[in-house]
Design a protein around this ligand. Structure first.
Ligand code: PLP
Length: 377
């Protein structure tokens, strides 16, 4: 079977396992606010789906995204999820021979998009205490050269959960601006951060901000996100978008409703996530040799290091998988550091986090007994 068929069959099985505990994809399983569900029901009941939505998105949604970010003066192109925005930006800005720089680990798909247009990809390692699991702007400036066209910064970082300080963002924006490159600031996890600073506030012309409704609002399956940038950049992007017929109107209605209840609803999501993080940290601390290098995490996930006790992380993901609990092995993010950690997503019901934590000692023993490499995606 071809790899993509095997991968698809794997995810199809997961999606069709109704009781699966999703602790692997940074999705948000908090109970939706009734206003969000009602907006979708209304859209379906009124059969609004017969029409195409406006090409750049419903104006109420575009304005809502600008307000949420506080990026007045910037423009918005609504998309079928942040991933589509990233694909679009990479294909628009990069040409063969250009250089694309990101961290290691990072979120991998944009590297594939850059390579597909003939750009070269450079990764700056940030994993490990020697780097404090973060990007030092000086190292970025040193890595950039005349061919650097795009710097892709996932902030908060997925999978690490570190976030750039105000001074770091200022130095990164400065280095990118001086090199005449663009900064793609992927802010998919911004809402979960203890503090977050938008590069677009410092360099609105060369920063491209990526926005997602999958994580904070929990709409991953609805495929709705956006790219936010200077109107000139958005005009360029709007000239040949992957989908000029408007993103799902049902998803856009849900997103507009989500923004309207955010202040009332989201603090509860954040509180549950942070209490789940604390619960898992306590379980990790009880096992000698396991550690959580970034705590508290600024994302809706945590990284757990297992290499000190010689547990294979693919085996650990596989044994949890056999209990219908999906977690992520580090290799999903990075071949270089991937054998050192697992990632566990925690914007989930408390019972799921408790189950993960209480099973940890026995799953470690089971994983230790596995010698064969497991096929995990
Ligand atoms: C850093 C990052 N960017 C973008 C995405 C994709 O977001 P969306 O669901 O809005 O396409 C993800 C999904 O995990 C992600 O981790």
């Amino acid at each position: 079977m071809r790899l993509f068929e095997a991968r698809n069959a794997h995810f199809d099985r997961l999606v069709n396992t109704s009781h699966l505990r999703w602790l692997g994809q940074n999705t948000n399983h908090s109970k939706a606010h009734p206003a969000v569900v009602e907006a979708m029901i209304r859209c379906a009941r009124d059969e609004e789906f017969h029409i195409y939505a406006p090409p750049a998105g419903l104006e109420a949604l575009r304005a809502g995204i600008i307000d949420d970010l506080g990026l007045q003066g910037q423009s918005v192109l609504v998309s079928d999820g942040a991933i589509e925005s990233l694909y679009h930006v990479c294909h628009t800005l990069l040409r063969p021979g250009d250089e694309f720089i990101t961290t290691d680990p990072t979120w991998n798909w944009p590297m594939a998009f850059a390579k597909a247009v003939g750009a070269t990809v450079k990764q700056i390692p940030i994993y490990g205490p020697e780097y404090q699991y973060r990007l030092d702007p000086v190292r970025l400036a040193e890595a950039m050269g005349p061919k650097t066209k795009v710097v892709y910064l996932v902030d908060p970082n997925n999978p690490l959960g570190t976030v750039c300080t105000k001074a770091e963002i200022a130095a990164i924006a400065d280095a990118v601006g001086k090199a005449g490159a663009y900064l793609i600031h992927d802010c998919t996890y911004r809402h979960f951060a203890h503090e977050h600073h938008l590069a677009a506030k410092l360099d609105p012309e060369r920063t491209i901000t990526i926005y997602s409704f999958s994580k904070w609002l929990g709409l991953a399956g609805l495929r709705i996100g956006a790219v936010v940038a200077h109107p000139d950049v958005i005009e360029r992007l709007a000239a040949s978008p992957p989908n000029n017929l408007g993103s799902s109107i049902l998803s856009q209605r849900a997103a507009i409703a989500g923004l309207s209840i955010k202040e009332e609803w989201f603090p509860g999501v954040l509180a549950e996530l942070r209490s789940n993080q604390a619960l898992v940290k306590a379980a990790v601390d009880k096992i000698p040799g396991l550690s959580m290098p970034v705590y508290p995490s600024n994302g809706n996930f945590v990284v757990i290091e297992c290499d000190a006790i010689g547990i294979r992380v693919d085996a650990l993901a596989a044994v949890y998988g056999e209990r219908d609990i999906m977690i992520r092995q580090g290799a999903y993010h990075t071949p270089t550091f991937g054998d050192r950690f697992i990632k566990v997503s925690l914007s989930v019901p408390k019972e799921w986090a408790e189950e993960f934590a209480s099973l940890l000692p026995s799953m470690m023993e089971k994983a230790r007994a596995r010698n064969e490499p497991a096929t995990v995606f």
